[in-house]
Design a protein around this ligand. Sequence first.
Ligand code: GP9
Ligand code: MN
Length: 410
Amino acid sequence: DSSDATQIKNYVKANEVPANPEFFGKAKGKNVILISLESTQNFLINAKLHNEEVTPFLNQLAKNTFYFNNFYHNTGQGKTSDAEFLIDNSLYPLPRGAVYTTNAHNKYEAIPALLKKFGYTSVVFHGNHKSFWNRDIMYRTLGYDRFYSEKDFNVTEKNSINYGLKDKPFFQQAFPKLKNLKQPFYAKFIMLSNHFPFILDHGEASLERADTGDGVVNRYFQTARYEDEALEAFFHQLKTSGLYENSVIILYGDHYGLSDNHNKGLAKALHRDTLTRYDHYQLQKVPLFIHIPGMDGKRSKTMETVGGEIDLQPTILHLLGIQTEDNIVFGSDLFSSERESLTVLRDGSAISNQYIYANPEQTCYSKSNGDIVDLQRCTKIRERAKQDLAYSDKVIYGDLLRFLKNEDTK
Ligand code: GP9
Ligand code: MN
């Protein structure tokens, strides 16, 4: 009820950290372009296969923008849609099922709805059918103005594979629509080609497959390269059109692509003997890049802070100069110098800059070298994970945001 809502509001308020004045409002009034990199894990960045970079474009981006190399996905069974939910709401997805399908009629305080008050138009581009993951319904709830789905693109047998439109024609066809939008906009692009089972059509692979004995692993590097090329072409269009300098651009891996079932093949590709449970947690890292107009090059850098998708909502709003203190959010601004270096995984595990608490096996690891250490050292982050997840679940199951008199974002 409403007293739960108040209790949770006080809890998140106590964990709140102030924005970094160097970043707050840096992109006030600018567009936001959010790009979901399908199944893209952080180990791909700067990785080499057959002596070639797998993702040369993203590797360049890692040098020119803010690149976060301790950034984790916080998703559960709702996969891509869970990542979307985390980012727009800074709430955790659910312990089972997909919140997009089970709780699409709740009250939320999502980025598109918040930005409406500041004159933003919010849209999504995705080359799959609109009802997949119940997106068409949930997007209305979250405040999106328009969803460009499969029916808005020219999708043919030749330019589609697996779940839908291939990434290269996807961006080519989406770009004119993007350019015609009323600015400022919040535009989300959900990529598809790097999706299990990682298939391309004949002649579309520019990287030779890996040779690990596991076809899924072998092809994963090829579809990641294809994704990289699609992004490079899109960025070229953004730059020549001038949108690049008028937009914050955020690229994130939505969740892991290779499950533990493929550890043997992946170990081989990474020149390792085996992959351990500690490695499992390292493999939950996904890349995050943030381009802020006027801050590329010299001022950008690799960011070591431990964070996750849960942190993007306050990060984005602060860059736009919007205070979020009245909202119930579980993440914290990734640029804040006072933030706790920490993230919570959906399985109850938690990661700080010192420790990894593995919840299924209740083990505490040293983050730097994977040594098993006394469980006590993980007590603090374990309790934090438990509390955050329990409260976030309560917000969703009880539809508690209904009770917040939102005294408005300033
Ligand atoms: C489907 C796309 C991929 O529309 O979002 O879904 P996933 O299986 O990764 O959640
Ligand atoms: Mn996905």
